[in-house]
Write a protein of this length. Structure first.
Length: 371
């Protein structure tokens, strides 16, 4: 399944918008004349948006690449496509921050920032920390596509993370305490591969595989949608209405709830019971530039603007202006840079794949001239 579902794309855009707004509000409040003038002082839904992105990544990777498990050539193709998706727009977003901090940055530090190696570091763009988890997920998931060892590796990865963090205490009654090496890996600088954030990716993977392998009747999909929506609303209380990630137990529950939400909406869309509309895909295309560019635009604005002392009306006007500029600039970047560049890079990848296939076929013909 490699179709783009409108429900997922619309959800992607909403999640990116929640992250952006939760960052715009405190940035604008830096220009407040007093503490009593601040707007949206407690609005923070960034963690909820990030959690959705993680679950969505697992869902999309599992559903789009379900047929690639066991194919040796799938791994390089997968990694190339993921690199085309993440790095070009991220590098564009990093230009101005690196320019501003170039005098204090060392070449090794710049390389670490731009490579998104899954190791904890001090980010110039705060949203980049999530991309390091995405890269770690893509690296492990690519290994899970390998023949023979791929599926067992995926199961082993899930077991290790579950064993290490033991959500809901269930595994504590089944398995002994995890060995020290697992505890060390889960708390090391390279914890991106074994952190409890993986619960979100796992929930998405399970939902994506369920979408590919099972077709729910319409009533069952509606029932799942109702139950998952109720669970989502109940769970919001435990993550401070989107401002926190919660404990591993809560993260596991919320990940599964969001996975079920995606699954139910995708099933309804596939059965034509739900029609989101063509604009959802366009909004989804803007989501990643919106997510990664907005903080770079903060850098530009704060370096150009004087230090204002604004009262509430002025802060509201500045908030609207900041938000509008971010959405317009991100939309332009998506249409003019991100999408054309992705199409070109993927075309290059397809040409290389075709060239390698023809070369391999020619070698077989040469070594077996009788065929």
């Amino acid at each position: 399944m490699k179709e783009k579902l409108g429900s997922l794309e619309l959800g992607r855009f909403i999640a990116a918008s929640l992250v952006v707004i939760s960052h715009v509000a405190p940035t604008v409040n830096n220009y407040a004349a007093g503490l009593d003038q601040k707007i949206l002082p407690h609005f923070d839904t960034g963690p909820l948006g990030v959690a959705y992105f993680f679950v969505l990544s697992g869902f999309v990777m599992a559903s789009n690449h379900a047929q690639d498990f066991g194919r040796l050539t799938a791994m390089p193709q997968f990694l190339w496509r993921r690199a085309c998706r993440i790095y070009p727009m991220f590098w564009l977003a990093m230009i101005f921050p690196i320019y501003c901090q170039f005098a204090v940055l060392k070449p090794a530090g710049i390389a670490q920032l731009l490579s998104l190696i899954p190791i904890g570091t001090s980010e110039l763009l705060p949203p980049a920390w999530t991309l390091r988890y995405e890269v770690a997920f893509y690296l492990v998931f690519s290994l899970c596509l390998l023949p023979y060892i791929g599926r067992p590796l995926l199961a082993l990865w899930m077991i290790i993370v579950l064993w290490t963090w033991s959500p809901c205490g269930v595994l504590r009654h089944i398995l002994p305490s995890p060995p020290g090496i697992l505890t060390y890996l889960a708390n090391s600088p390279a914890d991106h591969f074994f952190n409890f954030d993986e619960f979100y990716f796992f929930a998405g993977i399970l939902a994506g595989l369920a979408f590919v392998n099972f077709a729910l009747p319409r009533r069952a999909a509606l029932a799942l949608l109702a139950c998952s929506t109720a669970g989502f609303l109940i769970g919001l209380h435990h993550i401070a209405w989107g401002a926190e990630y919660g404990s591993p137990d809560v993260m596991t529950a919320m990940g599964l709830v969001m996975g079920c939400l995606m699954l139910s909406l995708a099933q309804l869309e596939r059965s034509r019971a739900l029609n989101i509309g063509p604009y959802a895909q366009k909004l989804g295309a803007v989501s990643y530039p919106l997510y990664i560019l907005h903080w770079s635009l903060f850098w530009v604005a704060q370096s150009a603007m004087p230090h204002l002392q604004l009262h509430t009306p002025g802060l509201i006007a500045l908030f609207i202006a900041f938000t509008a500029v971010i959405f317009v600039a991100s939309s332009a970047a998506a249409v003019l840079v991100d999408q054309p560049l992705q199409r070109w890079l993927r075309g290059v990848g397809r040409k290389q794949e075709r060239s390698a296939f023809l070369k391999k076929s020619a070698q077989k013909t040469f070594t077996n001239p009788g065929l």
